[in-house]
Design a protein around this ligand. Structure first.
Ligand code: IDP
Ligand code: MG
Length: 209
């Protein structure tokens, strides 16, 4: 039987969902000296670092990483902002001059591009079974205010849409992590060439087999 990723499953052979995912520590994490603490959380769960380096992000790379053409991503950010403002009883129109989700999202995207190009970032590719979902679970909710304790964003930040948007800046939530398998497949080649991604074995692989 083939699943939606084309992986064949039989009764006798158990095949893990071996995946790769991209993480990027944003300049706020670098400035706060949190690289070591954050990477440790991924290593200890058994995720393998197969590529890593510090990068000074160009406008070109930032535009590709946060593509304006990904309407659902842009409108999603705008939509989340409107929801958050309604919950707090703040007037979106007064703050953004529009209630259009794409226009609001585009403004936020500009702040995001500004942040990611403002200083060196640390980018890495993590590999493991269910790597994409596992990393998102460890990273936590987009809004640190809503991130559970124990997640990276929940443990190291208290930022919210309200604080970010009224401050005309992106939410400082320390790191980017690919949102799903398709996003990971698009993002990894933007940051790493195939020969910069390594293969090696971790001892857990023998134990968990
Ligand atoms: P994610 O990082 O959890 O995947 P996305 O919705 O993909 O979240 O948004 C990308 C980034 O945009 C977030 O990590 C955050 O830094 C920023 N962001 C999202 N929504 C807002 C907002 O309403 N105001 C300011 N920045 C935002
Ligand atoms: Mg995302």
């Amino acid at each position: 039987m083939k699943d939606k990723y084309g992986i064949v499953h039989t009764l006798r052979i158990h095949i893990f969902y071996m995946e790769q995912t991209l993480i990027v520590f944003k300049p706020d994490a670098i400035a706060r000296g949190l690289m070591g603490e954050i990477i440790t959380r991924f290593e200890r769960v058994g995720l393998k670092i197969v590529a890593a380096r510090m990068v000074e992000v160009s406008r070109e790379l930032a535009d590709k990483h946060y593509p304006i053409s990904r309407r659902e991503f842009i409108e999603g950010m705008g939509g989340k902002t409107i929801e958050n403002y309604e919950k707090l009883g703040i007037d979106v129109m007064a703050d953004f001059g529009t209630t259009d989700t794409f226009e609001i999202g585009s403004k936020i995207r500009e702040w995001l591009v500004g942040l990611i190009t403002s200083g060196p970032v640390f980018a890495a590719v993590l590999e493991g079974p269910h790597a994409v979902e596992l990393v998102r679970k460890i990273v936590g909710h987009t809004l640190p205010l809503l991130s559970a304790p124990g997640t990276i964003r929940g443990d190291y930040s208290y930022d919210s849409s309200y604080l970010a948007n009224t401050g005309r800046r992106p939410i400082k939530n320390l790191l980017h992590a690919s949102g799903n398998v398709e996003e990971a497949k698009y993002e990894i080649p933007l940051w790493f060439k195939p020969e910069e991604i390594y293969t090696y074995e971790r001892v857990e692989e023998k134990v968990m087999r």
